[in-house]
Design a protein around this ligand. Structure first.
Ligand code: ZN
Length: 366
């Protein structure tokens, strides 16, 4: 694996590969104390998984690989007859691929699943069935972390259900990501309507709600919070998104002062990172964001080079042999050619993401 960035010696060094339990804690602590965050990249197949691993290795950075329920289904195959089963098996298959490859790319990887609303709780529980069997075989969970996004439900129910699922996950050493407040935009059919109204309380997580979640969940196990500070899924016209990262600081300060923890006790997650202003990304990271989700921008980075490739070799996508001079086109329509162009595009975009989040060269892998 060629590397273009020299490694930085880290205070904590971990074996390369998927991090869980205490290793997950060490990686999150390294991010927060080091003032940087990891991109959390949605993947849909081996091409996107391998592009993320390649980008992480090239930039000497650790990374979060995550699957949405739709991404997991796609991984299993859109033709699979039962979509609920496909979402579980696709996620498990992707996780096993990452376990197999991550250590050999020489970086630490948090393996995570994205938004699961009330209807998708059985998806998470299905993955936990596999995770418990994996734990019995290996002593480690299959995933580092899952997300439950019950932010459309009443707060008490959201937090109570998160507590119930976290009890099961904590026994495996897993982290639960929860959502308080609603990230605008929509992703795989989950998420609130995009609402530009700056005083919409739902778009800005309330510190009292965060304190309540902390009091219920902290005694049970490790959890992280996707807090809403005006962030939205997707990329919109400039000016439509009014990020207020200081909302994150208010939640950290309330928990820290009222529960006498150290500074920045919460592990915060930034959803809807695509298209965000770089200064506001840096401000959010300074308030304890260790993970920023990126999907829309990496989707475009994967697809744009394919469009260019097809434009440049359009005949090869219509004929196996040039009808004018008989030249064979195999070397252009071979899927590896244009899929590799896609991977290279995604790797380049992720190089920017690592730089924006301050994680370039910061891998703590031994
Ligand atoms: Zn999200």
């Amino acid at each position: 694996m060629s590397t273009s960035v020299a490694p930085t010696p880290a205070a904590t060094a971990l074996p390369a590969g998927v991090v869980t339990g205490a290793s997950y804690d060490a990686l999150v602590a390294a991010c927060k104390s080091g003032g940087y965050a990891l991109p959390a990249v949605n993947v849909t197949g081996t091409n996107t998984v391998n592009a993320v691993l390649e980008a992480a290795a090239k930039n000497r950075a650790d990374v979060v690989i995550q699957l949405s329920n739709g991404g997991a289904q796609f991984y299993a195959g859109q033709g699979f007859p039962d979509s609920a089963t496909a979402k579980v098996l696709g996620a498990v298959s992707a996780a096993r691929h990452v376990h197999m490859m991550a250590a050999h790319y020489g970086v630490c990887v948090v393996l995570h699943t994205d938004h699961a609303n009330k209807k998708l709780i059985p998806w998470v529980e299905g993955m936990l069935d596999h995770g418990e069997r994996f734990f019995d075989e290996t002593g480690s969970p299959l995933f580092s972390s899952h997300m439950l996004d019950l932010s459309e439900e009443p707060l008490e129910w959201n937090v109570g259900e998160c507590a119930r699922v976290l009890e099961r996950m904590a026994r495996l050493g897993m982290n639960l990501e929860i959502e308080l407040g609603v990230t605008g935009g929509e992703e795989d059919g989950i998420g609130g309507e995009f609402d530009e109204s700056a005083d919409n309380a739902k778009l800005y997580t309330q510190p009292d709600d965060v304190l309540h979640a902390y009091d219920v969940l902290n005694p049970i196990g490790r959890f992280s919070v996707a807090a809403s500070f005006g962030n939205v899924h997707g990329v919109y016209k400039p000016g439509n998104v009014k990020l207020r990262p200081e909302i994150l600081k208010a939640s950290q300060d309330l928990v820290s002062s009222s529960r006498s923890t150290g500074p920045r006790p919460l592990d915060l997650v930034f959803h809807g990172g695509s298209g965000s202003d770089k200064a506001q990304i840096a401000e959010a990271v300074s308030y304890g964001v260790f993970k920023m989700n990126i999907d829309t921008d990496t989707q475009f980075a994967f697809s744009a080079p394919v469009g260019e490739f097809v434009d440049a070799h359009s005949k090869a996508f219509k004929y196996q042999i040039d009808p004018d001079d008989g030249t064979p086109f195999k070397s252009f329509y071979d899927p590896r050619k244009w899929l590799r162009a896609a991977e290279v595009g995604m790797v380049a975009r992720l190089g920017e993401a690592f730089a924006d989040l301050g994680s370039t060269g910061k891998s703590i892998a031994k």
